[in-house]
Design a protein around this ligand. Structure first.
Ligand code: SF4
Length: 64
């Protein structure tokens, strides 16, 4: 399972970094940087929640 953020949709609200602080940090303009793409199965629900809460629907979950 992999975390992907579409930079063309993201508006830098930062909600994702609050929910997924282990995976995402924000740059100085508050846009997300994915620090860790591979998501452990135990964090799958949290990732799905972050994807649902993203106001721009910029977060995707890719199954591998
Ligand atoms: S919540 Fe969505 S729009 Fe906001 S910074 Fe994260 S990916 Fe971008």
């Amino acid at each position: 399972m992999r975390l992907v953020i579409d930079p063309t949709r993201c508006h830098g609200h930062g909600t994702c970094a609050q929910l997924l602080d282990e995976y995402i940090r924000l740059d100085k303009w508050h846009y997300p940087i994915v620090a860790k793409q591979k998501v452990s199965v135990s964090h799958a629900d949290l990732l799905r929640r972050a994807a649902q809460l993203c106001p721009e629907l910029a977060i995707s979950i890719v199954d591998e």
